[in-house]
Write a protein that binds this ligand. Structure first.
Ligand code: ADP
Ligand code: MG
Length: 300
């Protein structure tokens, strides 16, 4: 049975006139990598802030670990980086982590292991101020992992990094997930979520548009693009065909979206039998990007 790490139920947040999070519900199960994906201002950071108890919710609920322990104790099992990492510039990487352990009251035993995991062991004696932005971010991740949390939460983990830094952080997240830590990250980058996450909650204007596996979002049945001089007859036929959900008239081209698998040859044959000759027939599949744009642009 999957064990639930976080449950969010009908969460709302209003900042005076701005309704930043609207009736948001989702659950986080152990062992997966979740992305909260949405354009800037869609409510990602606010949602993370609420479940981490740094932003007050307006209404709704959230429960950590099936509500088996208090939020205060639950958050001790959560590693989170939601702001720019704040370390002392004149102290070394290792000294900074020792200080974190002292402040949080956790043993220093894991410092070397975590510095190794994030690829900074050779730089453990370098001062923080000499680090690149990517190294600073990796040190922050090491710091959040010092007490082996159940879940690691990251807000826009690759923002501001160069391509190499982005690649290092994404590989590191994948590695941490492979070792069994559940991950929740917020990102406005579709390709980041596609590369790193198994599950996604898509937000627009604080509202959930999709919630589920990333591969199920991609695995639609596709659609046909067709053209014929007998356009009206063609549209009628497609609308009455069981294999299609939606038929869109886009001027010359008609798009017919499949709810099941149907080969182009079969459709072509069926249309010829109805005396509807085609001048154009293409079967296509929407990329995740097209689906994401459709979701974020069209839905009111
Ligand atoms: P995201 O992280 O997806 O970019 P945010 O959660 O930061 O989005 O913001 C969602 C909305 O709430 C935005 O319209 C933002 O301007 C607003 N907002 C966020 N924090 C505050 C705040 N402290 N006061 C007023 N408005 C805020
Ligand atoms: Mg944000």
């Amino acid at each position: 049975m999957p064990s639930t790490i976080l449950t969010v139920n009908n969460l709302n947040k209003k900042f005076s006139s701005i309704h930043a999070v609207k009736n948001l519900s989702f659950t986080i199960e152990k062992g997966n990598v979740y992305g909260i994906l949405g354009p800037n201002g869609s409510g990602k950071s606010t949602t993370l802030g609420i479940v981490l108890n740094v932003v007050n919710k307006t209404s709704g609920d959230f429960f950590w670990f099936n509500n088996s322990i208090s939020t205060h104790n639950a958050l001790k099992k959560v590693g989170a980086i939601i702001e720019h990492p704040n370390f002392y510039p004149y102290m070394t990487a290792e000294e900074n982590l020792k200080l974190v352990c002292k402040i949080k009251g956790i043993p220093t035993a894991k410092i070397i292991e975590k510095l190794t995991l994030v690829g900074l062991i050779e730089r453990k004696d370098s001062k923080f101020r000499s680090f690149s932005l990517g190294m600073k971010q990796r040190l922050a991740i090491a710091s959040a992992l010092l007490n082996d949390p159940e879940i690691l939460i990251l807000d826009e983990p690759t923002n501001g990094l160069d391509p190499q830094g982005i690649h290092q952080i994404r590989s590191l997240i994948t590695k941490i997930a492979a070792e069994g830590t559940t991950i929740l990250l917020a990102s406005h980058l579709l390709d980041e979520v596609e590369k790193v996450c198994s599950h996604v909650v898509i937000l627009r204007n604080g509202q959930k548009l999709y919630d589920g596996r990333v591969d199920q979002l991609i695995a639609s049945n596709g659609f046909f693009e067709v053209m014929s001089t007998q356009k009206n007859k063609l549209i009628d036929f497609l609308k009455n065909h069981d294999a299609f959900n939606t038929v869109k008239d886009e001027g010359d081209i008609i798009k017919a979206f499949l709810n099941t698998n149907l080969e182009a040859e079969i459709l072509n044959k069926q249309l010829l039998e109805q005396d509807i000759p085609l001048s154009h027939l293409v079967k296509r599949k929407e990329s995740l990007e097209e689906q994401f744009l459709q979701l974020t642009n069209n839905k009111k």
